[in-house]
Design a protein around this ligand. Structure first.
Ligand code: ATP
Ligand code: MG
Length: 324
């Protein structure tokens, strides 16, 4: 069975961008693939050295994943820092790619701009190398991600090829799997919904919170009041309708253009559709929160599974390299 590896950084509660760009795919793919899901806790260090929330955020993320439908038995979930082979393979891989290649990574350039990073760390530059180790340790064939991650999957492919040429075939060349909505825009109109930009709707938001957030969202600046003709193609709320309310998009687009539909009504309809998706997730979340021991058991199970697979791969690597 083909394998999937995908992960997220535990940097706070997940938002609907994570869901639309990746998680929804993870849930659907677990029927046909062997899925491994990584809580990328070492990767948190690339954008902040404070580790005091990492454990709690990891557990919260695990709950979010299970609340949307990841099955803990079918899809092992585990913390990167618990499987030491990630660091070993990262070290080996870091010799197989040039600094120049890593500096050309467009995702890194976006991050440096968005987060105003002045002194890039050696580890942050090497983020995609650790990610290659994350994927290839499990011999991931497919990586379901949002489109900001495509350059990283490409780097993983290059590293896999380089290793196989040098030391013999161990790794598959992983391929990305994109959803139709591989980049959900933020409430402020920014092209990416992102925790660090504070423009999110969380998976754990209730209806009131969703309504409040949507009410403040940026829409077409040319449509000031009901009656003004709007341009759905430039409106964030319309892009949410496309995802969460596909049956009504044509009517909404037409009435927005004619001016018959005002932003207040349109936003309210959008909020209730998003809430229809999130209400069951919130219920499931509450149920899981009441079973902390079960959550930890799931993590333990996932870490045992992951550790076996990772060790098998590392044995091949060590044998082929005749080192380690
Ligand atoms: P944030 O900036 O909110 O912390 P992130 O990009 O740091 O998000 P990661 O943990 O790095 O989050 O990525 C988790 C996954 O979610 C990746 O596959 C990423 O492509 C996807 N993703 C994150 N934000 C979005 C979005 N707005 N639209 C689509 N996919 C997204
Ligand atoms: Mg993140």
């Amino acid at each position: 069975m083909k394998r999937i590896l995908s992960g997220m950084r535990p940097t706070g509660k997940l938002h609907i961008g994570h869901y639309v760009g990746a998680l929804e795919n993870w849930v659907n793919l677990q029927k046909d693939y062997e899925n491994f899901h990584l809580i990328a806790d070492y990767h948190v260090l690339t954008t902040g050295l404070d580790t005091s929330n990492v454990y709690n955020d990891s557990i919260e993320m695990l709950i979010d994943w299970m609340a949307v439908g990841i099955d803990p038995l079918r899809s092992p979930m585990f913390r990167q820092s618990k499987i030491k082979a990630h660091t070993e393979l990262h070290l080996i891989f870091s010799m197989l790619i040039s600094v120049d290649r890593l500096q050309r990574n467009p995702t890194l350039k976006d991050q440096i701009r968005d987060l105003n990073i002045e002194n890039l760390s050696y580890g942050h530059l090497g983020y995609p190398v650790l990610q290659a180790a994350d994927i290839l340790l499990y011999k991931g064939n497919f990586v379901p991600v949002g489109d900001d991650q495509l350059p990283h999957v490409e780097i993983s492919r290059e590293i896999a090829r380089r290793f196989n040429n040098q030391y013999g075939a161990v790794f598959p060349e992983p391929e990305p799997l994109l959803t139709k909505f591989s980049r959900l825009a933020g409430l402020d109109g920014n092209a990416k919904m992102s925790k660090s930009l504070g423009n999110t709707i969380l998976l754990s938001d209730d209806f009131d919170t969703i309504k409040q957030k949507i009410r403040k969202a940026v829409t077409d600046p040319q449509k000031v009041r009901k009656g003004d003709p709007g341009r759905p193609e430039v409106c964030v709320i319309y892009s949410y309708h496309q995802k969460f309310n596909p049956g009504e998009t044509e009517e909404i687009a037409a009435n927005c253009r004619s001016g018959a539909l005002g932003c207040v009504d349109c936003k309210l309809r959008c909020a209730s559709k998003i809430n229809e998706y999130l209400a069951p997730v919130l219920d499931k979340r509450k149920e899981l929160e009441s079973k902390p021991e079960y959550i930890l058991d799931c993590l333990k199970y996932g870490e045992e599974k992951a550790s076996q697979v990772a060790e098998n791969t590392m044995n091949e690597v060590r044998n082929n390299m005749e080192i380690g």
